[in-house]
Design a protein. Structure first.
Length: 270
């Protein structure tokens, strides 16, 4: 792909690297299309277990390419709606990917780069990285990424981030729930080592179970546990625990052996 580098290792860990370092991996129409296609393909690939999203060069992503935004400001209403729908669809593709996803953040994640971070299931950041919901600095608003920001940090923090457009350090992003871990450069293995620890945890678990977890949790909203929610959860667990992966999981636990899906096991991934 023109804007991405994609590599999958023997464990089934796919690394999607945004590759526009000259513009700090700011994305335009082409990168949006490439990311959408990449996550669609990897999400359907049975050999893929985990997807890591990162950026080449000095930054994770500076958000929207300003030349793209300039073109949008001069285009028609119809063009802008179609373009925004493609961006929204790409974030949804990442969020709904059946494989566990990890954002590996360094440098900056600005505007849409925050959206990419929050669309992933897990976000790990270098201690020196900075985050900003920066759209208001350009006279626009974080509309497409807005739901992801609200879901991650809550309405009040989301308003504060969007209204001020201030850059916040990784430690503050961790405190408010934007990311899950901050990694000091002198930690064992640094940022790559931290991401590898998350990968190791993810690979211990059933891939079908992980896909089911993501599908179920996408249907559950914060709020009352209604009869419909109870029925959804009952039907889901009844179906999943009758499957082959569940039977293997229980057999492995009772037999005091690793499950077949763990890399390196007989019948599992290589």
């Amino acid at each position: 792909m023109e804007t991405l580098q994609i590599a999958t290792d023997a464990r089934g860990v796919a690394r999607v690297t945004m590759n526009r370092p000259a513009v700090f991996n700011a994305f335009d129409e082409t990168m949006i299309a490439d990311l959408d296609a990449a996550f669609e393909r990897l999400g359907q690939d049975d050999a893929v277990r985990v997807i890591v999203l990162d950026g080449a060069g000095k930054a994770f992503s500076a958000g929207a390419d300003l030349q793209w935004m300039k073109r949008a400001s001069e285009a028609t209403q119809e063009w802008n709606v179609a373009d925004a729908r493609r961006f929204a669809g790409m974030l949804d593709r990442i969020a709904r990917c059946p494989k566990p996803t990890i954002a590996q953040v360094h440098g900056v994640a600005l505007g849409g780069g925050v959206g990419l971070t929050l669309a992933c299931d897990i976000a790990v950041a270098a201690a020196g990285s900075q985050f900003a919901v920066s759209e208001a600095r350009f006279g626009i608003l974080p509309s497409v990424i807005g739901p992801y920001v609200v879901n991650a940090v809550g309405p009040r923090e989301a308003r504060r981030l969007a209204l001020t457009a201030s850059r916040i350090p990784a430690a503050e992003a961790l405190r408010i729930g934007m990311i899950h871990e901050v990694v000091q450069s002198d930690d064992a293995g640094g940022l790559d080592g931290a991401v590898e620890r998350w990968i190791a945890e993810l690979l211990m678990n059933g891939p079908n179970a992980q896909a089911e977890i993501k599908a179920l949790m996408a249907q559950i909203e914060v709020g009352p546990i209604t009869g419909e929610v109870r029925e959804l959860t009952a039907q889901t667990i009844a179906r999943v625990r009758m499957g082959a992966e569940a039977k293997e999981g229980f057999a492995a636990f009772l037999g005091k052996r690793p499950a077949a899906w763990i890399p390196g096991q007989v019948g599992g991934s290589d």
